[in-house]
Each structure stands twice: as C-alpha cells, then as structure tokens.
Design a protein around this ligand. Sequence first.
Ligand SMILES: Cc1ncc(COP(=O)(O)O)c(C=O)c1O
Length: 389
Amino acid sequence: MIADPFSVPLDRLRTRTSAKWRHYEPDVLPLWVAEMDVDLADPIREALEAAVRDGDLGYPGSTPYVPAFVDFARRAWGWEVDDARVTPVSSVIEGYVDALVELTDAGGEVIINPPVYPPFFLYLRQAGRAIREAPLGKDLRLDLESIERAMAEATAGGRRAAYLLCNPHNPGGTVHTREELEALAALSQRYGVRVVSDEIHAPIVYPDATFVPYLEVDPTGMALHAASKAWNLAAIPAALLVGGPESEGFESHRAGKHHGPTHLGTIAQTAAYQHGGEWLEAMLAGLDRNRFLVRDLVAEHAPQVRYTVPEGTYLTWLDFGQLLGDEPANVLIDHGRVALNNGPYFGTGGAGHARLNIATSPAILEEAARRIATGIARAQDAGLSQVSV
Ligand SMILES: Cc1ncc(COP(=O)(O)O)c(C=O)c1O
C-alpha cells in the first residue's frame, strides 16, 4: 500500500525552485501551473538516482519507453498500439506543433476548442498557423455544430486545415465520450480535416469516466502521449507521437527533424509506464478525494462560484461570473494571496473564470478556499465587483 502522494508539507514544498513555487512572492499560495505537489514515485526516483550516480547522462541510446508505453496502453485502456507507429519526440508541444505543421500549409488554420490550454494558441501561431475557435459548450463538452461550422469555413476554397483535440480536456477535465469522438471523426472524414489528439492527461481519469484513445475511432488521426503529467516529470521532457494506421504526415517525424527526448526523460518515463502503476493508483485516489473536497469547499466558502467536478485531469475550472471582473485570478492574487490561472488566457469562454490545480494536499486546498473567500470579500469591499480588471 502506497501512502497518499499528496502529503508533502507546505514548508517542504516552499523549498522547491520550479515555476509553481518561484513565480509568485513567497506569501502567495500557488495552485496554478500543471505541477503536482507530490514526491516522485519510488521506481522513477530509483531509476533517475541510478542514472545520476553512474554518470549516465548522455544522449538517449534507445527508447525503451516506447514498448513500455505500448504495454501500458494495453493494460490501462485495452488499446493495441503498433510500436512501428510510435515515434519519440522531445515534448508533447513539439510533437503536436510538428504534426499540425505537416497537415496544414503556411497561414493555414488549426481548429481548437477554447477554453483550452494556452500553448494551443501560442506555439501554433509562432509556427505560422492561424487559429480557428470552435468553443466548448457551457457544459464544457464538444459542440459538434460549432466544430462542423469551423471545419466548413476553414476548408472553404479547398484549403487544408487541421484540428487539435485535447482529451481529456484542460481545463475542466472533460473526458470525451466514444460517441462524441466518433461524431468528430465523421466530421474529420467529411471535411478532410485531420485530427491530432493531445492525450497527455489520459492516465488521469476518474472512475465515473472512460478514456477512449482517439485513434480507436479514427485511423487517420495522430495522438500525443507522455508520462509527464500523471507522474509529474515536466523537468525532464519526453513524449510519444502515435500515428494511426492511416495517418498522413506521421512518416516525416521518422526523419528526425527535431531534437528528441532527453535521456533522463526516457529513463523516467520507462520506469513510470513499467513500474509506476501502484503509485498512479494512489495518486488518483488522492485526486478523486480532492475533486469532491473542492466541491464542498467551494459550496462552503464561495457559494457564488460555480465549480464543475472534473472527469479527468487535476486542472479544474471555476466560474466566478461577474463577481471579480474578467480576470478573477488577478484579483485573487492581490486580495487573497492565492494564485490560480487567469481564465482569459484560455481563449473564448475564459473571461470571469480561473483554473484551479487540485493536485495538492487537502490542507492546502482548505487554505486556498479560505483565501479565495477572503479575496472575494476584500475585492467587494474595495468596490471591485462587476468591474473588468
Ligand atoms: C494539454 C497539455 N498538453 C501539453 C502539455 C505540456 O506537455 P510538454 O511539457 O510535454 O510539452 C500540458 C502541460 O500541462 C498540457 O496540459
């Protein structure tokens, strides 16, 4: 039995030097960027310690995390992945940008579903692609009518366009159902818009939902996987691009256009997929408790705020309505000393919202709820309600 991974005390977390713990002043309680407040799973720590001890810090000589992932995909999701269609890439972001650049022309459009992970906008624009939004519905689920409209407009005049799916969806944790994905695949087929599915959060799905790999419903798609979110390994990047049996543009990655994963990343992800199952289970049990704890804390401390219990991910979505203006996270830092992510960065549907990272201890979540309540009360005293900041 593995102890609750979310029991690292606050004073030890505050000694961390990663973005989560260093971006804001030391009196701010950080629940923003997608890092978890956990210690490493023992098998991963041991593999990394052995590599450091032995000076095994060169380039990756092989990529055992590919077969390790293929085995994990079979055990976790009953998904048979052909290892000949898996290629190591340096990170999920690099992987989806490269794939989408292959599938579109310069200035071509990529359809995304805001509110969504902000780098979906940023790096595609840097790569010379235009973004077309097909926002999620109010229920944070795919809006197939808006997707169809976006596909029709993006491909008007015979232009090439592509689609970047986030499954499970960050923020809010929607896990797309098989029916939704089949409907998306049918639209992809009808309009010739190829889908790339970012599935980095796939191992983090709660018991009331089922993760369906997009390639199970669409052989022409591509998907990105990594152990980096579920086992908290952002410091040592590595990821996998999986091509469906009929995907276009996949082969170009074999040519090794870009730098590959870090050697330590491949070591860590191999250990995670092979031996990290028990830790993952304990971690998911902690998050499962936290997602309902947050529901109760919001009801108690900030009943004006709407919280959607996530089906997957630890990146929850809070709707402040008009309470704190368009950018509630800014107000909460100033008046509550608690850091969430600002909704507007997630695109259309983000105003008046904030993303709350629940991958921490219950004690920190309780303190965060008190600070959110204080932030709301002080902002209202200062006359900030109903104001866009
Ligand atoms: C949906 C999504 N994709 C990609 C990433 C980052 O992946 P990587 O660090 O491998 O580029 C994140 C990180 O939080 C994410 O939430």
